[in-house]
Design a protein around this ligand. Structure first.
Ligand code: DAH
Length: 353
């Protein structure tokens, strides 16, 4: 016979088992054991028949109340276990986002490219544009049209690399069979003046090749920037003012410049420009050979003979030109004692810039 006490102790036992369940699966077996077909509480309900009519109502109420309480507790516990299990599962599967990633090394511009861009930027600000030339050109553009005919002694200083095609014959460009790697960017002057009428304000950056052995101040392959201005009324004063402005912009206000008379076949008069040595500040040291000055570029007024090759009337127009070595400028700006360091590819050196 079922008594109210039996029901109370059944309820306590069921609630304890529910509290003790530590997983959803365990809780499920508790549910079956208590409320299932053969569950303990179901069993009590089955025994109702044997209860005297006078007690049926109160026992029935007690059993129903117990069932409701057990069901509610089961439900609450199921929710709590589900939540806990979800947290556990996500924690187990989580990616540890606090682990530092592998950094990809970022490339940067080489000092030669950077100085080239810096120089172009300076001239860009005063109205120059960039003209492209090719590294292989003919004898005509490299020398002849630059007032350097075949028997001119200045050619000997720039012994060039002649090119051959695949069959071994000398390579041709536009029908001329004397293609060579250019020894200077000055040929771009000729191409530009052939294709455009003044006013011309251009810079022509690019690689040049010489039959030189690499040493602290020479490279067989280096970068030049050519400048050319053709307009009416251009004087040597314009040349001087322009190049002094350029030197101040690139080297800063503390370095001085000077113009020395020189010879170039394609300019008359011609000059070389020196900048005061950044290591001894002009006093004279090993870097500047004791002179206090370092040569940075060649320049001059465009020779009327060059104008004759490109059909520009020297009675109407005048102009100036200059050519500088980018690697030298980079070394002079940062007091680098050997041009070869720029090409050695030593990252410890290059990363400084
Ligand atoms: N082409 C000369 C060289 O490579 C540099 C040069 C000098 C360029 C005078 C010029 C110039 O345009 O006017 O040594």
């Amino acid at each position: 016979m079922v008594s109210i006490e039996d029901i109370a102790s059944e309820k306590d036992a069921a609630l304890q088992r529910i509290a003790a369940a530590s997983s959803s699966t365990e809780l499920d077996s508790v549910r079956v054991a208590v409320l299932g077909k053969k569950g303990t509480l179901t069993q009590l309900l089955r025994n109702m028949a044997a209860i005297p009519a006078s007690e049926k109502a109160s026992v029935g109420r007690a059993i129903n109340a117990t069932k409701a309480a057990v069901e509610q507790t089961l439900e609450d516990k199921a929710q709590a276990l589900k939540a806990a299990e979800l947290i556990e599962r996500t924690q187990a599967q989580a990616v540890d986002v606090s682990l530092p990633g592998r950094t990809l090394p970022l490339g940067s511009q080489h000092l030669i490219s950077r100085i080239t861009a810096e120089i172009i930027e300076v001239f860009h600000g005063i109205g120059y544009r960039v003209a492209e030339g090719s590294e292989a050109d003919t004898d005509y553009y490299n020398f002849t049209a630059l007032n350097t005919p075949a028997d001119h002694p200045a050619r000997g200083l720039q012994d060039t690399f002649y090119l051959r095609d695949l069959s071994g014959d000398t390579a041709s460009i536009a029908g001329e069979s004397d293609a060579q790697l250019r020894p200077q960017t000055s040929g771009v002057q000729v191409h530009t003046m052939e294709n455009e009428k003044p006013p011309i304000y251009i810079l022509a950056p690019g690689r040049v090749y010489r039959r030189d052995v690499a040493d602290p101040s020479h490279l067989p392959q280096f970068t030049q920037i050519e400048g050319l201005v053709v307009d009416s009324g251009i004087t040597f004063g314009d040349l001087k003012g322009t190049l002094e402005y350029f030197c101040r912009e690139v080297f800063g206000p503390d370095r001085r410049t000077r113009f020395r008379p020189h010879f170039f076949p394609f300019t008359e008069p011609s000059a070389e420009v020196d900048v005061s040595c950044g290591i001894c500040n002009g006093a004279g040291c090993r870097f500047c050979g004791g002179t206090g000055w370092l040569e940075i570029l060649g320049c001059g007024m465009v020779d009327p003979n060059v104008f004759a090759y490109v059909d520009i009337d020297p009675e109407v127009y005048s102009g100036f030109a200059f050519g500088l070595g980018v690697e030298r400028i980079a070394c002079l700006k940062y007091d680098i004692p050997d041009l070869r360091m720029l090409l050695a590819g030593d990252m410890r050196f290059l990363r400084q810039f």
